[in-house]
Design a protein around this ligand. Structure first.
Ligand SMILES: Cc1ncc(C[n+]2csc(CCOP(=O)(O)OP(=O)(O)O)c2C)c(N)n1
Ligand SMILES: [Mg+2]
Length: 356
C-alpha cells in the first residue's frame, strides 16, 4: 500500500502525516490514546461504508451515498469537537452519528427508508441528514448564532461538498454566519466532483478556500486524506468559534474514489487511473502506516478494531431488518395539519396494494 498523498504536494495543503520516506511526519497534536481513538473511528466508518455497499447489492438497503476515502474528514472533525457541539451532515456523512453513539441500526434504517431511521437531533447533537444540497448551511449558521445568543459555549460544524459552494443556500449561510460571528465551522469536502461535474466546471475561483475572503472569514486548506491535518485545522477553527471570533471555512481536498452513489456509473465520466491513485493513497492506510511508524498500532489492535466494527455492522443490519414495516399512514402523517381528502383515498389505495 502506497502512503503517497492523494493530491499533489505542490498545492500548499496542510499535512501532518508523511510518506514514511522523504516526507517526514509532523506533530500529531494529540497523544497516543487519542490517536487510537481516531483510528477506531476511521475503521468504524470504513467498515460501515464497505458493508453498506454490500447490503445495497444484497437488496437490504436502498440507494446509498458511498463515502469511501472521506472518513478522515468526518472523524478528524468529530474528534476536534466536544460532545456539546453540533454536527450538520450531508448525505455524504450519513453515518457520522455512529461517532456520537447513534446505533448502526438507526442509520441503516434511514437508508432502508424506515421510520426507525429517525433520531432526535437534540439527543446526540447530530442534525438530520441533509439531501438538498447546501440547504443545511443556513440551518447550521442559525443554530450556531442562536447558541451564541443564549451564551452557550458551543460550536457547530456543517459538512458539504465542492458542488454545494455554487448554491445560493451556501452563500446565504456563509454570509450570515460571518456577519453574526456565529461559532460555525464550514467544512467543505472538496472531492473534486459533484456527481459528473468536475470542480473545474463548477467554479472559476482558484481554490474553494478563496471564497471565504468574500465573506470576511479565514480559511484553511488541508489534505482531506490526512486525518491529523483535518483534526488540527478543525480544532483551531473551533477555538476561534469559542473565542467569539466567528466562523472559519475549512477546505479538505481529496478525490472521490468511488461512484457518487450506488446508483451512479462513474466509469462514464471519471478517469480510472486517477481513481486508482486516490484509492492507493486513501486515509485509513495512511493513518495505519503513520501509527505503526509511531509505534502506537499493533497487528493485534488493528485486527480487534476491525472485528469489533464488523460485529457492530452485523448487529446493526440484523436489528434494522427485525423492525416491523412502518405504517403506510406515516407517508402523509406529518405533511398536513388538515390533509386534503385525496390523500385519504391515496392511503386506501396504498394499503390495498401493499396489504398493510
Ligand atoms: C438543491 C439540490 N440540487 C440538486 C441536487 C442533486 N444532487 C445530488 S448530489 C449532487 C452533487 C453534489 O456535489 P457536492 O456538493 O460536490 O457533494 P458530493 O456529492 O461530492 O459529496 C447534486 C447536484 C440536490 N440533491 N439538491
Ligand atoms: Mg463533491
Amino acid at each position: 500500500m502506497s502512503a503517497s498523498p492523494a493530491v499533489p504536494a505542490d498545492q500548499g495543503l496542510r499535512r501532518v502525516i508523511g510518506d514514511g520516506s522523504g516526507v517526514p511526519d509532523g506533530d500529531p497534536g494529540v497523544g497516543p490514546e487519542e490517536l487510537l481513538q481516531l483510528y477506531r473511528s476511521l475503521v468504524l466508518l470504513r467498515t460501515y461504508d464497505e458493508r453498506s455497499v454490500v447490503y445495497h447489492r444484497q437488496g437490504r438497503i436502498g440507494t446509498y451515498a458511498i463515502f469511501w476515502g472521506h472518513e478522515a474528514i468526518q472523524a478528524g472533525a468529530v474528534h476536534a469537537l466536544e460532545e456539546r457541539d453540533w454536527i450538520f451532515p450531508s448525505y455524504r456523512e450519513s453515518a457520522i452519528g455512529l461517532l456520537r453513539g447513534i446505533p448502526a441500526a438507526t442509520v441503516l434504517s434511514w437508508w432502508r427508508g424506515h421510520p426507525a431511521g429517525w433520531w432526535n437531533p437534540a439527543e446526540h447533537r447530530v442534525a438530520s441528514i441533509c439531501i438538498p444540497i447546501a440547504t443545511h448551511v443556513p440551518h447550521a449558521a442559525g443554530l450556531a448564532w442562536g447558541l451564541r445568543l443564549r451564551g452557550e459555549d458551543t460550536a457547530a460544524v456543517v459538512f458539504f461538498g465542492d458542488g454545494a459552494t455554487s448554491e445560493g443556500a451556501f452563500h446565504e449561510g456563509a454570509n450570515f454566519a460571518a456577519v453574526m460571528r456565529a461559532p460555525l465551522v464550514l467544512l467543505c469536502n472538496n472531492n473534486q466532483w459533484a456527481i459528473s461535474t468536475p470542480v473545474t466546471a463548477q467554479t472559476a475561483a482558484a481554490t474553494l478556500a478563496d471564497k471565504a475572503i468574500g465573506y470576511g472569514m479565514p480559511a484553511a486548506r488541508v489534505d482531506g486524506t490526512d486525518v491529523l491535518a483535518v483534526h488540527g485545522a478543525v480544532r483551531e477553527a473551533v477555538e476561534r468559534a469559542r473565542a467569539g471570533d466567528g466562523p472559519t471555512f475549512v477546505e479538505a481536498v481529496t478525490y472521490r474514489a468511488a461512484p457518487h452513489a450506488t446508483a451512479d456509473d462513474s466509469s462514464a465520466y471519471i478517469d480510472a487511473e486517477r481513481v486508482e491513485e486516490a484509492r492507493r493513497a486513501e486515509c485509513l492506510g495512511r493513518l495505519d502506516a503513520y501509527l505503526r511508524r509511531a509505534g502506537v498500532l499493533t497487528d493485534a489492535v488493528a485486527e480487534e478494531t476491525r472485528a469489533a466494527a464488523l460485529e457492530t455492522m452485523r448487529e446493526g443490519i440484523a436489528a434494522a431488518e427485525a423492525e416491523q414495516p412502518g405504517d403506510a399512514s406515516l407517508l402523509f402523517a406529518h405533511a398536513y395539519a388538515d390533509p386534503p381528502p385525496a390523500l385519504a383515498r391515496d392511503l386506501d389505495d396504498l394499503r390495498r396494494v401493499t396489504g398493510r
